[in-house]
Design a protein around this ligand. Sequence first.
Ligand SMILES: Nc1ncnc2c1ncn2[C@@H]1O[C@H](COP(=O)(O)OP(=O)(O)OP(=O)(O)O)[C@@H](O)[C@H]1O
Ligand SMILES: Nc1ncnc2c1ncn2[C@@H]1O[C@H](COP(=O)(O)OP(=O)(O)OP(=O)(O)O)[C@@H](O)[C@H]1O
Length: 533
Amino acid sequence: MITFEQVSVQYTDAAAPALSGVDLTVPEGELCLLVGPSGSGKSTLLGTVSGLVPHFTGGTLHGRVTVGGRDTREHRPRELADLVGTVGQDPLAHFVTDTVEDELAYGMESLGLPADVMRRRVEETLDLLGLAELRDRSLTSLSGGQQQRVAIGSVLTVHPRVLVLDEPTSALDPGAAEEVLAVLQRLVHDLGTTVLMAEHRLERVVQYADQVLLLAPGAAPVLGEPAEVMAHSPVHPPVVGLGRLAGWRPLPLSVRDARRKAASLREKLDGHRPAAAPALAGDPIAVAERLAVRRGPVHALRGVDLALRPGEITALMGRNGAGKSTLLGSLVGLHAPASGNIRVNGRTPHRTRPAELIREVGLVPQDPRDLLYGESVVAECAAADADAGATPGTCRALVERLLPGIADTAHPRDLSEGQRLTLALAVVLTARPPLLLLDEPTRGLDYAAKARLVEILRGLAGEGHAVLLATHDVELAAELAHRTVILAEGEIVADGPTADVVVSSPAFAPQVAKVLAPGPWLTVHQVAEALAS
Ligand SMILES: Nc1ncnc2c1ncn2[C@@H]1O[C@H](COP(=O)(O)OP(=O)(O)OP(=O)(O)O)[C@@H](O)[C@H]1O
Ligand SMILES: Nc1ncnc2c1ncn2[C@@H]1O[C@H](COP(=O)(O)OP(=O)(O)OP(=O)(O)O)[C@@H](O)[C@H]1O
């Protein structure tokens, strides 16, 4: 269905090709998962299929990509729209209408589908993706995950034969991600749709894949059976890590497969316990009391009581639209309380001058572009050093530590998603604010970059910074957070040590906890340590 013949892509001014030596075929009716480290060319490869590369991105495409027999270099994306549905990493940038319902209908309108068909498919899709209540809402008023659902829905309504998805679940809560993947699998199995999907969170997707395409810098692309590719892949989900550690063959790709093999590992771990988190003392740096916040007509937060202490890393989880971003925004003064109180180091954020507040609290927003204004990576870093009064070079060194190899002269706009997030993280970390807020900090990050982020955040917590991260990444929360807070419809419904909150939760438990339940294990790292002791 999709054929690559000796494909390579060279962006103008780039030292090396973003993609090279791709020569393979994705058959009709299969779900092909594209994996590889940040910047390895996944989005670029997807772009060659949807026609965005090179028509919209610039650069030169060598070789040939055909989809359903059409050469993507000779057909602009619009001329492929009946065949290929594309969901990019940044939904907001691709929306063409103003409201949810219009956006779902737009693709069908452009193809001239009959009104009754359009009506039916819009209704089906609203239900399928849990969007019915939001149908009249303006797209800009939606939370990040709600926007991502609309973006997915708007391509599904067209019933394209090929779906090209760039991290389609990155902003979705764990339950929604599972639902979307189940829908995709049904399209593949029942309708013979071909799906090509890039995703970093392999724990969410690898068990649905028929084939895995691995891109790694400096090596030829590899296409193969998921279990075969995972046995050697530098990126792999925790169940595979656990399987490699325990020597399980064939390697399990799902929690279910791993549970079947886990009996002897459970026995070995009997009597061991993971190391306990250190007890924290000290006055809270931020406090919310009976905090209520409204966003338009929506009660986004209600009766929130929360205290954040120095040295503590807290994960904030909950369904899409639960109010996570609103809580982070309230801590940096973006939203005034409707009632109740919020204070950061004794100040009321929305009444504090930004120049003063920046010394107390820093936010890495869900869309890192909101933070980046520079013309190049070095310019951005120099500005961050100056704003924070940091030694020149501080920010640039942080970027290099998080994700090595980003070019000084690159424009932030041209960075890959993971590279851009890294830059935004470094800009905020440069100021070393006592309270650090991160909204979905691992979107687009590969496991290695995530591990380096974990190390840096642990270091900061060790020095007494308080960290609050809103995330859907249950593996990250398990690895990093001392404490987990769960929001539902604007209210806190759970708050406690991460292990206590997540182990028995079907939605928020990490893979290792699911495999080894009822044991207290959350990560492969903990298991490896226990086995070595
Ligand atoms: N329009 C562009 N102009 C110049 N360079 C680009 C452009 N788009 C991407 N690049 C560069 O090409 C390389 C591959 O980027 P790409 O976005 O394909 O990676 P990726 O594997 O999708 O990364 P991520 O997982 O972080 O999304 C990166 O080094 C990136 O900086
Ligand atoms: N301007 C607005 N008008 C109406 N409702 C809004 C507006 N802005 C946000 N909301 C709503 O407020 C609620 C909370 O949004 P918020 O962005 O805090 O959720 P979230 O938990 O961060 O979600 P996600 O996980 O999807 O990022 C959502 O239901 C959202 O649709």
